[in-house]
Design a protein around this ligand. Structure first.
Ligand code: SAM
Ligand code: SF4
Length: 326
């Protein structure tokens, strides 16, 4: 098992398959755009499979494929074929644009839990946030996934002045469709024009929801990053990922592997360890992985405590979110 110096066991790996994306979300993609890393510098399909096997041998039991947008990778199907029989539970985070293309493969490969990003239920606002006019195809894909039986959670990044007026609509949507909706506090990354005035804290979001709906608190698992609530009598639920106002670092079991093969021991880690170069030289990556996790900071990469302390992303040393893998 992989353990850090605070005794936290790390058995959940989030692999970014690519740092390229077919959307340009305002909070993720730098305004000047980013056309993705040249493929020789990215992990190949075979490297992903071999590196993941090494992680499984070290005790990883849950894997999330993410990006960038994981479904834009031409060899996405071959990657899934290569890892589907490993003894891990496989999950996917996607913007949903290409979901229809892979829905059968995902289902047949046992990837039945999908986190889909959708920050608005209004087509014109979707265009403003993502710079792409793809609201209706994405909604169709979400309905297709629901009809097929996938367990769908929607990820909603809430930004003051952008979409906080849709909290009630999303709560209603979670109730109507019996799904989970996760409201994520706006986080600072290189190039995303974050400012603390854009953060709507989870406490404030809950207050807004309370003004219209009554709800109950649900139990949260020890490793859960979200705090869950439910409208009375509902089959769905809503939750908050309060990284900025009340981080959940004490139960963290996550390791991030960037598409170019670097370990990030935290979303906000200062340092990265290049395991792809070591792997390509035939070196053993296990000691590098263990060393990276052992050095993990107690909270938020050791870079800040609370969003009120920060004013812009330049105060944190990090990559663009699109190049980390969410
Ligand atoms: N393309 C996929 C998607 O959008 O679901 C996977 C990658 S995306 C980087 C993963 C998650 O990170 C998404 O749910 C996205 O909303 C979230 N995210 C990106 N930038 C963020 C930010 N600045 N603050 C909070 N969440 C962010
Ligand atoms: Fe692409 Fe996901 Fe980032 Fe949006 S949040 S730009 S869909 S990687």
């Amino acid at each position: 098992m992989i353990q850090d110096s605070f005794g936290r066991i790390h058995d959940y790996l989030r692999i970014s398959l690519t740092d390229f994306c077919n959307l340009k979300c305002m909070y993720c993609m730098p305004e000047e755009g980013f056309c993705g890393t040249h493929s020789p510098h990215l992990m190949s399909r075979d490297e992903i499979v071999s590196i993941l096997i090494a992680f499984v041998e070290m005790g990883v039991r849950k894997v999330r494929l993410t990006g960038g947008e994981p479904l834009v990778r031409k060899d996405f199907g071959a990657i899934v074929e290569g890892i589907r029989h490993l003894p891990v539970s496989l999950h996917l985070t996607t913007n949903g644009v290409l979901l229809n293309k892979y829905i059968d493969l995902l289902w047949e490969s046992g990837i039945h839990a999908l986190n889909i990003s959708l920050d608005t239920l209004r087509p014109e606002r979707y265009l403003a946030i993502t710079k792409c006019d793809l609201f209706h195809p994405v909604m169709e894909n979400i309905y297709q996934a629901l009809n097929r039986g996938f367990k769908v959670k929607l990820n909603v990044v809430v930004i003051k002045g952008v979409n906080e007026d849709e909290l009630w609509d999303f709560v209603k949507f979670s109730d109507e469709h019996g799904i989970g909706v996760r409201f994520i506090e706006f986080m600072p990354f290189d190039g995303n024009k974050w400012n603390n005035s854009g953060v709507l804290s989870s406490a404030d979001m809950l207050e807004i929801i309370r003004s219209k709906y009554s709800y109950v608190k649900l139990n949260d698992g020890v490793h859960d990053t979200d705090r869950k609530y439910q409208l009375s009598g509902s089959k769905g639920h809503f939750s908050f990922i309060s990284t900025m106002s009340d981080a959940f670092c004490s139960g963290c079991n996550r390791i991030r592997l960037t598409a170019d093969g670097k370990i990030k021991n935290c979303l906000f880690s200062l340092n990265e360890i290049d395991i792809l170069s070591a792997f390509r030289k035939g070196e053993n990556i296990e000691s590098l992985v263990r060393e990276s996790i052992y050095k993990k900071a107690e909270k938020l990469g050791g870079q800040f405590e609370h969003y009120a302390d920060l004013h812009n992303p330049a105060e944190i040393s990090n990559r663009e979110m699109i190049r980390i893998g969410g």
